[in-house]
Design a protein. Structure first.
Lengths: 144, 501
């Protein structure tokens, strides 16, 4: 319990990020279904977003918006320690756009593979391709 | 106007993409014309910028006037300038080449091809000018996503190869982004110049070393270095002709440039020296890539696949040069020379190989017998580029290998000299098969009585092919004449390399 409070709790975000990242990599590299690979890819990208956002957090800090000066001048968080770092959030906004674009392209490709092969199981796709190669080679040697 | 040029170079192809997409639905020829105009403009701009950089030194451009490190900065030094000219030239040559091949390979999607093609070039040119690590990530992904889609636009196999490229490439991009995140945690900045100032006191820190390893692994995936090359042969082999040409030349070289930029501008040579095992790992990975790529290339019968494996070997040369550059007075010279040479040589080879497929549907080396009669010019260009690659003086490959051997000797690494010699022998083996099939073996069956030139590729494809293969030889003379020594010195000076080690 002691360990949990002192060591785990302050690092919880980062531990989750590492877990998610490994989960995503596992999904992409080990799963034989193209759709599952895409899901793994997305988990990996989400893990990185969590990582960046975690680095921005500060205990007891406020949002990085300057409050209305005229009425409550003292509420403006102008010192860097008083507000959370907005830059990682902005970076991740861009990274989310990139992730969405990647997801779009990946899904389009999965659809195309399904149209061409009528399956999205990698094993069956590779089997079909191997069969085609054998047939093509046989034809070639027949002509020779 | 001159001040805005760095931005204009990048934005022109982007506008071409948008305009091409808007007009392509009804005006079929429009996207091609727009592409040529945009790329021509970029090329002209790149030449002007390059000559400016050669005269007055590095050029800075602050996007919307924000002063770095707060805003994004475009920074063009000698290496960037060289790369800009190289990318825009190859893009233009490939665009001319692509016209006929795309019409044949994807007749119903021609204008979409041009949109994606220009988007790819936008990304590559952006990488070549940016001075900000996160901006580099975004442009890397712009270029890569366009590349995945272009690869998958080929036949059945291309769809599978493109998907695999996407999965592995995205892992690479994610690793790069993670590395950038670690650097940001350590320093609080993303500007390359600023990072170079802030990092030195932190060279021993675990965070910074982890960042370096993540970025190295990420970019190694993108350039298809040996243990991370699994996506590359399939993607290069099954992609449409024009796509094979552009991703094996401009795209591959730009990602290599990104690696050089991160290694020597963000982490300087001092970082490599203070973490000594790093240099050894980089060198030996390069050497392994050279040998493994060459051995696999020998085993291939598919011509494009053989060229793809040969590319893995040549990436090995570049990485070996990068690893050695701290220990020699040549600095980055072997790397820069080979970067340019290999882009030209591989471009010429892929153009010739794809032209053979375009006309004769011949994909296998064993089927090339008698090609010298049916397609005399293409066959000659293929052989010319092969000879240049093997290292026939004064070809480009000879100069690259010469400088690499000098660098290895100067740093006392005789093992790498042996690696280069062995790889040249292997290269001779796998290119000799092509030369033998084309010129020495008699044709299998006497072809139907056709006139000699009937099987030749269309002029629009032949001209870029001839230009690139002639250039691949001529560039060797240019390097040896010392006309570009000022450029190389500028590159080395900017990175703090090339002095007495």
């Amino acid at each position: 319990m002691e360990i949990f409070q002192i060591w785990v709790l302050p690092r919880l975000n980062y531990l989750i990020y590492i877990f998610l990242m490994l989960l995503g990599l596992y999904g992409m590299l080990v799963k034989r279904n193209y759709m599952k690979k895409v899901i793994g890819l997305n988990i990996l990208q989400t893990a990185i977003i969590l990582f960046f956002i975690s680095t921005a957090a500060k205990i007891g800090a406020t949002i990085p918006i300057i409050a209305n000066h005229e009425h409550h001048g003292s509420h403006a968080a102008v010192n860097a320690v008083q507000y959370i770092n907005p830059l990682p959030h902005v970076l991740m906004l861009t990274a989310i756009v990139v992730a969405v674009a990647t997801l779009g392209v990946a899904l389009a490709m999965v659809i195309r593979i399904y149209q061409l092969f009528s399956t999205i199981e990698e094993d069956q796709v590779l089997l079909q391709l191997r069969r085609e190669t054998l047939v093509a080679d046989a034809k070639e040697s027949f002509h020779d | 106007m001159n001040q805005q040029l760095p931005m204009v170079i990048v934005v022109l192809p982007l506008f071409g993409t948008i305009a091409g997409f808007c007009t392509g639905w009804w005006a079929r020829k429009m996207p091609f014309i727009l592409a040529i105009m945009a790329l021509g403009g970029s090329f002209t701009g790149a030449v002007v910028v390059a000559s400016g950089v050669m005269k007055t030194g590095p050029l800075h451009y602050h996007i919307s006037g924000w002063i770095p490190p707060f805003g994004i900065e475009y920074r063009i030094d000698h290496l960037n300038a060289l790369l800009l000219v190289l990318i825009s030239f190859l893009a233009l040559a490939t665009a001319v080449y692509a016209r006929s091949s795309v019409e044949k390979e994807m007749p119903d999607r021609v204008f979409l091809f041009w949109c994606l093609y220009l988007l790819l070039i936008t990304g590559l040119l952006g990488i070549a000018v940016t001075g900000d690590l996160f901006n580099l990530f975004v442009l890397l992904e712009v270029a890569s996503l366009a590349g995945y889609a272009l690869v998958a636009a080929g036949d059945r196999r291309a769809a599978v190869a493109g998907f695999r490229y996407l999965v592995i490439g995205t892992v690479g991009a994610c690793f790069y982004l993670l590395g950038v995140g670690y650097l940001y945690i350590a320093t609080g900045t993303l500007n390359i110049k600023d990072l170079a100032v802030l990092l030195p006191p932190l060279y021993g820190s675990g965070t910074v070393i982890t960042a370096f390893i993540f970025i190295l692994a990420g970019l190694a995936i993108k350039i298809a270095l040996f243990p991370f090359h699994a996506w590359q042969p399939d993607a290069y082999t099954h992609a449409p002709s024009a796509v094979s040409v552009i991703i094996s030349t401009a795209a591959a070289k730009t990602f290599t440039y990104a690696l050089i930029r991160v290694m020597f501008s963000v982490f300087t040579i001092d970082f490599m020296r203070s973490n000594a095992p790093m240099t050894g790992v980089v060198c030996w990975t390069g050497a392994a890539s050279i040998i493994i790529g060459s051995v696999y290339a020998i085993a291939q019968d598919n011509l494009k696949r053989m060229l793809a494996y040969s590319s893995i070997a040549n990436v090995g040369y570049l990485v070996l040069g990068i690893g050695l550059c701290g220990a020699t007075s040549l600095g980055l010279k072997p790397v820069v020379v080979h970067l340019v040479n290999h882009a030209l040589i591989k471009g010429a080879m892929f153009m010739a190989a794809c032209a053979v497929i375009y006309r004769q549907e011949l994909r296998h080396i064993s089927g090339l017998q008698g090609l010298s009669r049916q397609m005399p010019v293409t066959a000659l260009m293929l052989v010319l580029a092969s000879l240049s690659m093997i290292g026939l003086p004064p070809g480009g490959g000879f100069v690259s290998k010469w400088y690499l051997i000098l660098a290895s000797i100067e740093s006392g690494q005789w093992g790498f000299v042996a690696v280069i010699f062995v790889s040249t022998l292997l290269m001779l083996v796998y290119f000799w098969r092509v030369i033998e099939m084309i010129y020495i073996r008699p044709p299998l069956s006497e072809p139907a009585p056709v006139t000699r030139w009937s099987g030749e590729q269309p002029l629009g494809m032949m001209i870029p092919c001839v230009v690139l293969s002639v250039l691949s030889f001529a560039i060797g003379l240019v390097w040896m004449s010392g006309a570009l020594d000022g450029l190389i010195q500028g590159v080395n000076l900017n990175f703090g390399l090339g002095g007495v080690p």
